[in-house]
Write a protein that binds this ligand. Structure first.
Ligand code: CAA
Length: 432
């Protein structure tokens, strides 16, 4: 049986708590357009996501009722270019929307964000005809999109994939599998990466659009495309993560993204630069959502004759959490601005935001459970879900170990800008 959240959480609805939470959310650095997207997403989150978050977590089913609202509020437009029915792709606005959704449910947050991840390869590398054909339905919220890069033996080493596509006349024949495909079972459009030139080092991989007929709950099967496994997960349980299997799946040549083979890996990396701030925003949402609950609990829970919020050790957990979330949010916004402006530092900032915000999410959600004490450990209350939802953010869209590798590679490249400091080093003159 699904239990409603504890009445204790009614505390979230008092005017004082609302005003406090509101003040914590103020951001004078955002433009009116950004605030508008945030408000729109917050309304969806408060009215339609939070009330059903725990139900779908228990059921481990996709929340089609929420999908209808995401569509009705036009949220899918936020990451699609204006020419194709979107509002103009702004990664900053995307991050604001994802944070609000994830504050109510981390699973629904990523279930939304992954549509941007799956669409970016088409937006980055697709032909005008491909953009025309696929993006307007995505912007309208009619077609969901998934992203197929990882495989059983190719997670962090994405370039080591084995799934192959071989040209046969006017068609490509796809064989192999994709692992940990978020939304793969319910997506009308799957962006799939496959090896098209096994001999090449730098032009080995290409990306394809694999479309299934129908949409929403009415998705049809296609020959050669099978959902081999639906994963049973620790968190983000409202969203299906699946294994896809391709067995001689025939694709017309116009499904090759960009119309030329060999640029898939580069486009996958560029896609991840654009999408990682979104996962980082999901993490900020999880952290803020858990912190909000912990704050309300701490101000209501009485022990030793006083609310536990009056205890310095609890105050430290709240204060550290608030600092970490605020710092993570600002780094996410900085990364989104670098990506939107197309700066040289976008790759480094996207990795830093993803790594920092997701580590923060794990720390803050764990501390929120700690503040709830024994109640926090129980599935009767929502706070433990935030901790479970947060864990995957340190793993997907590139583990935090990969993010650190990307950051360090950037730093090492940038080290030449610091040559003037070599005079202060114990380096012989002729080796400088
Ligand atoms: N932009 C453009 N090009 C890039 C690039 C970028 N950000 N990063 C790399 N490239 C190019 C390089 O310039 C290089 O090009 P040349 O061959 O022409 O020189 C080529 O790509 C190969 O680059 P590397 O040598 O750096 O590649 P690598 O094999 O060492 O891998 C890696 C680098 C960073 C570890 C990469 O494999 C990686 O990001 N791995 C993690 C994969 C990942 O994030 N998976 C997530 C799956 S999606 C998911 O999880 C979603 C979900 O469920 C929600």
């Amino acid at each position: 049986m699904i239990r409603a959240p504890h009445p204790m959480l009614d505390g979230l609805n008092t005017p004082a708590s609302r005003a406090l939470l509101e003040s914590l959310m103020t951001d004078p650095l955002l433009a009116p357009e950004n605030l508008e997207w945030r408000e729109r997403a917050r309304e969806v989150a408060d009215k339609y996501v939070r009330p059903v978050a725990w139900k779908y977590d228990r059921l481990q089913e996709y929340p089609w009722e929420v999908q209808e609202q995401l569509k009705a509020y036009g949220l899918y437009k936020v990451f699609v270019d204006k020419e194709y029915g979107g509002a103009g792709c702004s990664v900053l606005n995307l991050c604001l929307v994802v944070e609000e959704l994830a504050k109510a449910c981390g699973g629904i947050g990523v279930g939304f964000a992954v549509n941007a991840l799956g669409s970016f390869p088409i937006m980055i590398g697709g032909t005008d005809e491909q953009k025309e054909r696929f993006l307007p339905e995505v912007a309208a919220g009619n077609h969901l999109v998934a992203f197929g890069l990882s495989e059983k033996n190719a997670g962090s080493d994405a370039g080591g994939m084995a799934c192959s596509a071989v040209k046969d006349g006017d068609q490509w024949v796809l064989n192999g599998h994709k692992k940990w495909n978020t939304n793969g079972a319910i997506a009308h459009v799957n962006t799939i990466f496959a090896v098209t030139d096994p001999e090449s080092r730098s032009r080995r991989i290409s990306a394809f659009v694999v479309q299934r007929p129908g949409s929403g709950e009415e998705l049809g099967d296609i020959e050669g495309f099978r959902i081999a496994k639906v994963e049973d997960k620790m968190g983000i349980r409202a969203i299906p993560v699946v294994e896809l299997e391709f067995d001689n799946l025939r694709l017309d040549s116009d499904r090759l993204i960009g119309g030329r083979p060999g640029v898939g890996f580069k486009h996958a990396m560029m896609t991840l630069d654009k999408a990682r701030p979104g996962v980082a925003a999901q993490a900020v949402g999880c952290a803020q959502g858990a912190l909000d609950l912990a704050l309300v609990y701490a101000t209501n829970r009485v022990q030793f004759g006083q609310p536990i919020a009056s205890k310095q050790m609890v105050q430290q957990l709240l204060a550290d959490g608030a600092q970490k979330v605020a710092a993570a949010r600002q780094l996410v916004h900085a990364a989104a601005r670098h990506v939107d402006a197309g700066t040289k530092e976008a790759n480094k900032y996207a990795a830093m935001a993803k790594c920092f915000a997701t580590d923060v999410a794990m720390e803050v959600t764990t501390d929120a459970v700690q503040i709830f004490g024994g109640y926090g450990f129980m599935r009767d209350y929502p706070v433990e879900k935030y901790m479970r939802d947060a864990k995957i953010t340190q793993i997907y869209e590139g583990t935090n170990q990969v993010q650190r590798l990307v950051i360090a590679r950037n730093l090492i490249k940038e080290a030449s800008k610091l040559d003037h400091l070599s005079h202060y080093m114990p380096i012989p003159e002729d080796q400088r």
